[in-house]
Design a protein around this ligand. Structure first.
Ligand SMILES: [Zn+2]
Length: 614
């Protein structure tokens, strides 16, 4: 008979006979999950009883065996190796803060720089030393029961860098652990982040729920209404991107014809090539979208006719964001350098809300031209001169251009996330959609919220669909100032007199009169745009000297329902009084075949007849 332990015998007695073999060798996170999964599948009726019996054993062990199975005072003591490391850091901080030459600001900067450079190494050292020391906390983290390396560092080493209530890193390093007690000053500086963390946690669910609601409302009209819009346009991607699987090729590539659905087996052949795939950003359907542009989803099926894929995508993208809101409570010890520590949720939220002040945003070129001067700005940062315009790049942003560089309006002059609304204003709806898909997918990945690209593509279509009419020539149904749907406008657009077919190079300086590639009508053809068109194989484009009679109107999500042409859809939005009055003034109607679910929900009899008819 194999040797065993008393504990193991107790455990075996607590579980049903046929599950005894499934007991994990160790009740770590993985083993525990696997065991309870098996228990739930095989003995669902006994689940609660077994759980209670196991908890009884744990309680018994915790009380009767004391230090072996529970926490000891020793676990709160800082291990000698950690103590030594911390003494050194304290000494280095002291040297900076006592320096008679440095001014206050420079001392702060150096302290933040010094400590933030060591954060990762300290987390690792604390974890290893505490583990070597036999700390129950370290064991608990290692096995995945409770706690995180950051919390262990806070207890045994100190808070390190804390952010204040605005997320700015404070130059007061926490160099006492909570296990031994912190100084009043450390406690005080840590309290900002603690309060903010508590507040954020209480509001996280509400905030991400609200964002989900706004995104769903914005994307509610992205509904499958036809099989194939027949467009030959699409968005360019790296051929090896696994998110290409299921998408329909918009152009021939690597021996594959347009119209072919990308499969997993094709990826190696597409690697290293740029592929253009059908996308909802370039779908030609006026009301709703088509199946071919949406692409095949799970198990190789296109989404069903009538499905509201916009609302599904909004839900899929926002669900994990609740976790991001919750995670801001861990800000202690992980503050980044710089003064723009937006929380992950705030960064994503800001990207979607089109605020007037875009925190930590990239500075964009206001006009086309050559960078003729870069000067240090007295308030910090630098001034970049392009033609007659001068823009300020704030301190802490790295410049992306050099003297003499040729830039187009809307190009990024510094690092940082550019405001999507500004991109649309300078580069048109098509380029903004493409930028949005790429940037938003990257932003989500950066914050560990991976999502399939097509969900973001779906949101991009509705996010950039509004235009403001500036000149109604050729747009008979519209007046100056009207807000229109770009998709609808494109469908009804008749090229204006004076439009000419030109090579992309000859068209530079003019405006697109017909959608080409991922660029939309009205896009200003700059040199980089012409280059992209040529490289993608577009020989001739239809162009006009005058700008199109509309411009992108990128507004915050909150305003999307109240801009809807259907007055019933406006009822689901905000600012009802003004949006409904505006609808009444325009004589807005609510057509029975709406792509929005809202009018349908308001008419139960219609739902009933539809259900009978189907
Ligand atoms: Zn389409």
């Amino acid at each position: 008979m194999a040797t065993t332990t008393i504990g193991r015998v107790l455990l075996q007695e607590a579980v049903p006979a046929e599950l005894q073999a499934s007991l994990p060798a160790e009740f770590d996170k993985k083993g525990t999950q696997a065991f309870f999964q098996t228990l739930a599948e095989k003995k669902p009726d006994e689940y609660i009883d077994v759980l209670q019996r196991l908890m009884g054993i744990a309680r018994l062990a915790g009380t009767e065996y004391g230090g072996v199975a529970s926490l000891r005072l020793k676990d709160l003591r800082t291990p000698p190796g950690v103590r030594k490391m911390r003494d050194e850091l304290r000494q280095q901080v002291r040297v900076i803060s006592q320096d008679p030459v440095l001014d206050f600001k420079e001392k702060n900067r150096r302290i933040v720089e010094l400590v933030s450079g060591k954060v990762d190494a300290i987390h690792a050292a604390v974890r290893d030393e505490a583990d070597k020391d036999g700390s129950a906390f370290a064991l608990s983290i290692k096995k995945g029961y409770r706690g995180s390396p950051v919390q262990l560092t806070q207890m045994l080493f100190g808070d390190l860098l804390m952010a204040d209530h605005r997320g700015r890193t404070m130059p007061i390093a926490g160099l006492h652990g909570y296990g031994e007690g912190v100084t009043p000053m450390e406690y005080w500086s840590g309290s900002y982040a603690s309060r903010k963390g508590f507040f954020d946690q209480q509001f996280a669910t509400a905030r991400s729920g609200f964002l989900a609601k706004l995104l769903s409302q914005s994307a509610q009209r992205v509904k499958i209404t036809e099989d194939d819009c027949g467009t030959e346009h699409g968005l360019p991607y790296d051929g090896a991107d696994p998110d290409n699987i299921g998408a329909v090729l918009a152009r021939d590539v690597a021996g594959f014809k347009k119209g072919v659905v990308v499969t997993k087996d094709m990826l190696p052949k597409l690697a290293g090539k740029q592929v253009t795939v059908r996308s909802l950003s370039t779908c030609d359907t006026a009301q709703g979208v088509c199946k071919r542009c949406a692409g095949q989803r799970d198990q190789g099926h296109y989404p069903a006719s009538g499905s509201y894929i916009g609302i599904s995508s909004a839900r899929i993208v926002t669900e994990p964001l609740t976790q991001l809101g919750l995670s801001s409570k861990h800000v202690g010890g992980v503050a980044r350098t710089g003064d723009e520590n937006l929380s992950a949720f705030d960064e994503i939220n800001q990207f979607l809300q089109v605020p007037e002040v875009f925190i930590g945003g990239s500075t964009l070129a206001p006009v086309d031209g050559k960078v003729s001067a870069i000067d240090k700005a007295p308030q910090g940062g630098s001034y970049v001169r392009i033609g007659a315009e001068q823009v300020h790049v704030p301190e802490g942003r790295a410049l992306r251009v050099g003297l003499g560089d040729e830039v187009a309006a809307g190009d990024m002059l510094s690092d940082g996330v550019p405001n999507p609304a500004e991109i649309a204003r300078h580069k048109g709806i098509g380029a903004a959609r493409r930028y949005f898909v790429r940037q938003f997918t990257d932003l989500l990945r950066e914050h560990n919220v991976p999502t399939h690209r097509r969900n973001v593509d779906t949101l991009a279509r509705s996010f950039f669909d509004h235009v403001r009419v500036t000149n109604p020539d050729g747009l008979s149904d519209y007046e100056v100032g009207d807000i229109a749907s770009y998709a609808e406008l494109q469908k009804n657009w008749k090229p204006r007199p004076g439009s000419v077919e030109l090579s992309a190079d000859d068209a530079v300086g003019r405006y697109l009169e017909r959608p080409e590639y991922y660029f939309t009508i009205g896009t200003r053809i700059t040199k980089p745009v012409a280059k992209e068109l040529k490289e993608a194989g577009y020989r001739k484009v239809l162009a006009h000297r005058e700008p199109a009679g509309f411009e992108p109107e990128v507004t915050r999500l909150l305003a999307h329902p109240s801009m809807d042409p259907d007055w019933k859809v406006r009822l689901a939005g905000f600012g009802l009084k003004s949006s409904l009055l505006a609808a009444a003034t325009k004589g807005a109607v609510s057509p029975p075949d709406s792509t929005s679910p809202v009018p349908l929900l308001m008419n139960p009899s219609r739902i009933a007849t539809r259900a009978e008819g189907e």
